[in-house]
Every structure is written in structure tokens, then in C-alpha cells.
Write a protein of this length. Structure first.
Length: 367
């Protein structure tokens, strides 16, 4: 049975106020914007920590109202947290950016029927440290069970309901409202953690952006994946290291055997490997090609929904190309939890305490 939690008028007003004030200080989102499964670059002009703290407080001034709505859902909504007897303070220079890879073909146009906005096969919360120019990913399995906003067919909000996190985007309009619903669901899942920005890309961008950097080299470790890739490249065998081109990249990033349990988690591990390889390919291509950032923007824009402006994105892309960070497994965490099989669907149940520890590590510091 779906767990229904009514939406209050106050909560709706607070959420809209919070998002209307977002000022994103995001590091260069190069491969996040470009691939549709995750990746991130670095850009942020250095500001004094105290100035950034004051800015964060201003941006999230509505959070105190959220606390009044539901204290249980607001542990991380403010600047100070007490957790298991310890006190923590928000690192206000670490921004929380939500990235979504949407399973819709074509460009991300508005949809008229609620539920048809597309599902987010990739859900990644990015912790961008603007003071140190570093970034970490918290990869949220698509089958994570949490509260999302449910609507009627006309798009009118009805209630909170317990569902897969990847459906949060679907209930909106396929664009800005869908991003808001997804951000709101992730914020609620992490006890009121403010989301500083959201961007989503459609899956048809994958082969285009992959080829824009001359292809991406990855290892092939799964026999089921080999059989699927052989449709595009008969010469692929398990254990090979392959330069992915065209539809091969989409297959590598999106394929999973739906007849087997928890294959979405296996796919997520594969996506991590791609992120590391793609980041390297981006930097190598940028060194060889003048006008690389502008070309990537023109290619990406039709498939992108975001609250970032074009000049911000281009600046971020340029900064990523020049950044020295090398991505590794330590930079790509998976939400703590357990995969569960039900009679109908795979589910992923978040370990609340362990997940909250991840949030504290990424966005807070112990006092």
C-alpha cells in the first residue's frame, strides 16, 4: 500500500521560495551535462569562507519555515546539526547539485500528461567544494524507495507517496517542474538537505557526446553486456578494453538484464568506470580542439534542462578542462543501503543512519 502524506500549503510555499532564491556556485559540470549518467568538473571563483557562509544563509533563509512544517524531515535543513551526540556545522561552501539522466528519446520538451515526463535512470547528488575545487558524487540507485510527490493526470499535486526515486521526475512536466519534484524528493529523503541546483539530460545525447571526444575507452567485464555490444561490434569479447563509439556508449551505460535481480546496481558500477574514462577523454580533446566548449554547448543544449545560465555552463566547462582533479572510486560513493527483491520490482532500501553519515561527511564538518 502506498504511504500517503498530505502536502501542506506552507511546505509548498517554502519549497517554491527556496528554489526561487537559488544562486548556483557550481564547479564545471562537464561530463554531467554531457553524458546523461554522471560526471562533474570544477569551476568557482574563490570567495572568502565567511562571505560564502553569509550567502548560503541568505539563500536558504526559508529553511527555518520548513523546520516548523515537520521537524523529522528537517534534520539537515539548517546550518547546525546534532547527530548521535555530536554537533556539526554545514560547510556552506559545499554545494548540493542534483543530476538526473532521463530515459526519454529526443529533446526534453514539456509533457502535458503527468507521469510521462520520463524516468531518471541516473540520480546523482554532487557535493561541490567551491573552496578547494574538489567534487564528490553520491550515486543514488534508481530503485531507491522514498517519498515522492504524486499528482493526478492534470498535474495537480495530491500527496507524498512511497515510490521508486526514479519516478519523481516523471510526475512533473518533463522540464523545470520535474526537476523541482526530483529535488524536493531528494531533499526530503536526506531530511531537508537544501538542493542548490538541478540539471537533467536526455539519453539521446549519450552517443553524440561520447563521439565528440573521440570515443571513450573502458573495460568489458560482463558476459551479458558482451552479447548486447556484439550487435554493434561483433569483435568484442569479455576482458577486452574497448573504445566505445556511437550506440556502443549508450549500450554500455544503460544496458541491464531486467530478468535478473538488482542489475541496476551492477550498471551503476559500470557507469562509475565510464565517468573516470570520459573525464580523461574530455581533457585530451580540449587540448587538441579550439572552440571545444562552444561546440559541446550547441550539442548539449537541446537535451538539457537546468537552472544554470549559458555563460555559467561555458565557464564551468572551461574550468573543468584546466582542473587537476583526477576522479577515482573514492570520489564516487553509492548511497548506503540494501537491494531487495519483491514480487514485482527490485527495490533499494536506504540505510538511514549510514546514509545520514554520508550526508554529514559530504556537506558538514564536526565542531
Amino acid at each position: 500500500m502506498v504511504n500517503i502524506i498530505p502536502i501542506t500549503a506552507t511546505e509548498r510555499a517554502v519549497f517554491m521560495a527556496r528554489n526561487s532564491k537559488i544562486a548556483i556556485a557550481l564547479a564545471a559540470v562537464v561530463f554531467l551535462i554531457m553524458l546523461g549518467i554522471g560526471g562533474f568538473g570544477l569551476y568557482q571563483k574563490k570567495n572568502h569562507i565567511k562571505e560564502m557562509d553569509a550567502l548560503w544563509q541568505k539563500e536558504h533563509s526559508a529553511d527555518s519555515q520548513f523546520d516548523q512544517v515537520n521537524q523529522e524531515d528537517a534534520l539537515f535543513s539548517g546550518n547546525e546539526v546534532t547527530w548521535k551526540g555530536k554537533k556539526y556545522r554545514r560547510n556552506t561552501y559545499v554545494k548540493a547539485i542534483l543530476f538526473l539522466g532521463i530515459d526519454r528519446t529526443g529533446t526534453l520538451q514539456s509533457t502535458q500528461v503527468a507521469g510521462s515526463g520520463g524516468q531518471s535512470d541516473a540520480v546523482i547528488l554532487i557535493a561541490q567544494d567551491t573552496a578547494r575545487d574538489t567534487v564528490k558524487f553520491l550515486m543514488i540507485p534508481r530503485d531507491t524507495i522514498t517519498d515522492i510527490i504524486l499528482t493526478d493526470l492534470a498535474g495537480n499535486e495530491l500527496a507524498w507517496g512511497s515510490q521508486h526515486i526514479n519516478l519523481a521526475f516523471a510526475y512533473g512536466d518533463g522540464r523545470e517542474k520535474s526537476c523541482s519534484y526530483a529535488s524536493r524528493a531528494v531533499s526530503k529523503m536526506f531530511s531537508g538537505l537544501p538542493i542548490d541546483g538541478c540539471l537533467a539530460v536526455g539519453m539521446d545525447l549519450l552517443p553524440k557526446i561520447n563521439d565528440s571526444v573521440g570515443g571513450v575507452t573502458v573495460p568489458i567485464k560482463e558476459q551479458d553486456l558482451v552479447e548486447r555490444l556484439k550487435k554493434e561490434n561483433p569483435g568484442i569479447f569479455i576482458g577486452d578494453t574497448v573504445l566505445l563509439k556511437g550506440k556502443e556508449a549508450e549500450t554500455y551505460l544503460r544496458y541491464r538484464d531486467t530478468t535478473k535481480n538488482q542489475t541496476a546496481l551492477l550498471r551503476q558500477e559500470r557507469q562509475k568506470q565510464y565517468i573516470e574514462a570520459f573525464a580523461l577523454a574530455v581533457k585530451q580533446q580540449a587540448k587538441k580542439e579550439n572552440g571545444f566548449t562552444e561546440r559541446i554547448w550547441k550539442m548539449t543544449e537541446p537535451y538539457l534542462v537546468t537552472d544554470l545560465k549559458k555563460d555559467q555552463l561555458l565557464d564551468m566547462l572551461m574550468a573543468f578542462v584546466k582542473s587537476s582533479q583526477k576522479f577515482s572510486d573514492e570520489d564516487m560513493l553509492t548511497l548506503s543501503g540494501t537491494g531487495v527483491e519483491t514480487e514485482m520490482f527490485d527495490e533499494y532500501h536506504m540505510d538511514r543512519d549510514a546514509a545520514y553519515e554520508q550526508v554529514l561527511t559530504l556537506f558538514f564538518r564536526e565542531e
